[in-house]
Design a protein around this ligand. Structure first.
Ligand SMILES: [Zn+2]
Length: 249
């Protein structure tokens, strides 16, 4: 129960600190994330039955063989409507209040998991978007998220990864997604890295990023994402929003 208390306090603090002109969750006029959207995502986050991991199973051809790359991704939310809108607002409109609310929830989840498993984190990295997308949007939302999470966890944020392929994952078929982007990493001598992305769908992007980090000397790579679409389809959609609606005052 203590864990839930930390999450709620932290989320409230950030909601109080940030100001915007429209709620990034429902786009209604509000000073920040509106109370209704905020309540919805807080309830999903604090629910004991909410998802904690997105498991991506199996190795793909060419993966480093010395490390177990059956990646488990720490996730803060299922991919519900409000979370989706907030991710899109962060991605396409650079809305800082979404970065703060989603980033603080993700930082809490990472902290809980690393405390539980007694793993120390040396730095935070992110899976960068394509150069073209970055140029179009003027920012990389994964980087903004990573920087926010790093500040929360008081560890360095490092731009370790470079995307070699310029093909974005969004809008591709599942088959194309499974091939995934390619990354190279700066040398990272024996450090534990948390690599962050916004949404995990097939897990390929994070698996590829993990592979590059291990190949460059990382001791441990932990994957983390704001939301998982698979968990949304399998569990969240069927129970969580209904539960959230019922318990709404
Ligand atoms: Zn709202």
């Amino acid at each position: 129960m203590a864990i839930i208390a930390i999450s709620k306090t932290s989320l409230s603090n950030f909601a109080g600190r940030v100001f915007g002109t429209a709620c990034p969750g429902c786009r209604q006029v509000s000073v920040s994330v509106c109370a209704n959207c905020f309540r919805q995502i807080s309830q999903i986050e604090s629910s004991l039955s909410s998802p904690k991991f997105h498991a991506t199973v199996g190795k793909s051809a060419g993966d480093a063989t010395n490390n177990d790359l059956r990646t488990q991704v720490i996730v803060a939310f299922g991919y519900n409507k409000v979370v989706r809108q907030m991710i899109l607002s962060m991605k396409y409109r650079n809305i800082r209040s979404s970065v703060a609310v989603l980033g603080s929830a993700l930082a809490d989840r990472i902290l809980q998991e690393t405390i539980n498993s007694q793993k120390a984190i040396d730095c935070i990295a992110w899976a960068p978007t394509t150069a073209t997308r970055r140029l179009e949007r003027g920012h990389d939302h994964a980087e903004m998220l990573a920087r926010f999470v790093a500040k929360e966890l008081q560890v360095p944020c490092r731009g370790l990864l470079r995307r070699v392929t310029n093909q974005p994952q969004t809008g591709r078929t599942r088959q194309q997604r499974l091939i995934g982007p390619r990354f190279v990493s700066r040398p990272i001598n024996n450090q534990s890295v948390v690599v962050i992305d916004d949404v995990v769908t097939t897990g390929t992007t994070l698996r590829r990023a993990t592979q590059a980090l291990y190949e460059s000397g990382a001791k441990l790579v932990i994957c983390a994402a704001v939301a998982s679409t698979v968990l949304w389809q399998s569990s969240i959609e069927s129970c969580e929003p209904a539960k959230a609606r019922r318990s709404r005052p």
